[in-house]
Ligand binder design. Sequence first.
Ligand code: DHK
Length: 146
Amino acid sequence: MSTARRILLVNGPNLNLLGTREPEIYGSVTLAELEGIVTDRAEMHGLEVSAVQSNHEGELIDRIQAARETCVGVIINPGAFTHTSVAIRDALSAIALPVVEVHLSNIHRREEFRHHSYVSGVAEAVIAGAGPDGYTFAVDVLASHL
Ligand code: DHK
C-alpha cells in the first residue's frame, strides 16, 4: 500500500470512554465503532486509516509528527486538548498536511471554556455537534482536500 493513501485519525483524552461517558453529550457509539465508521468511509475514497487515541498530549504529538512521513491528512478530535494545547496546534502546523477538526458535541453550545479551539486556526474545516456523522463528513471533507 502506498503511504500516499493513508490518513491519521486522532482522538484525544477520555474519548476511549465513548459509549459510557456522558452519553447524553457524547452519544452511545464506542471508540472502536467510531474508528470503524471512519475506516469504512475512508475506503470509499480509496484511503486507509491509522487510528490513535491517547490520554497523553506528548503521545498525540509524536503520532502527529510521524504522520508527516506516512499520511496525507489528519482528522482530529483533540478532546479537552482542543481548548488548552498550543503544542498540538504547533505539531499540526509543522507537518503541513490538511487537517479536519471534529467534535461530537456542539462545543459552542456548551461551557464558555469550550468555545475556543487552538486547533481551528490550522484546520481546513471544523465540524461540531453532528455526533458520529461528523466523523463521516470529516472523511469526505478531508478527501476533497487531498
Ligand atoms: C470532546 C471532549 O472530550 C471535550 O473535552 C471537548 C469534545 C468536546 C467533543 O465534543 O467531541 O470539549
